[in-house]
Design a protein around this ligand. Structure first.
Ligand SMILES: [Fe+2]
Ligand SMILES: [Fe+2]
Length: 132
């Protein structure tokens, strides 16, 4: 299954944010592994809940940092976070209805993992110039 991992092109200049990104990516990988291995619904549900809660607290922390450093993409970052939360919510609802179908696993991989890494690389990393 997916092998997306944090790399230096995702550096934001804020260690706490980089650590949270590493954790988010690790949990998304865990989620995909659990889903694709057909592990129990309860276990997948637990990873989904943990990941969802973690994403929301990460977004809050990062939005505060961007505001503090007057980052020009602060508003764009908030919008992208809202979009992520919506997409995540719809996957959760689908999982509740259908379980971890192959179709759902593929979309979680494409949309959440790839969205997250491209968001980090294009938007979150703009913090780097603001911090320095
Ligand atoms: Fe972000
Ligand atoms: Fe982020």
């Amino acid at each position: 299954m997916p092998t997306i991992s944090w790399d230096p092109s995702m550096t934001t200049g804020v260690d706490s944010i980089d650590d949270q990104h590493k954790q988010l990516i690790a949990w998304l990988n865990d989620l995909l592994t659990a889903m694709s291995q057909g592990r129990g619904r309860t276990e997948v549900q637990k990873v989904l809940d943990d990941l969802g809660g973690y994403a929301v607290s990460h977004f809050g922390h990062e939005e505060e940092c961007m505001a503090k450093y007057n980052c020009p993409v602060a508003a764009q970052n908030i919008d992208a976070h809202k979009q992520f939360v919506e997409t995540f919510k719809s996957f959760k609802q689908e999982f509740d209805r259908t379980g971890a179908t192959a179709h759902l696993v593929v979309r979680v991989e494409n949309e959440l993992l790839r969205w997250l890494t491209s968001h980090i690389k294009r938007t979150d990393t703009q913090l780097l110039a603001c911090v320095h």
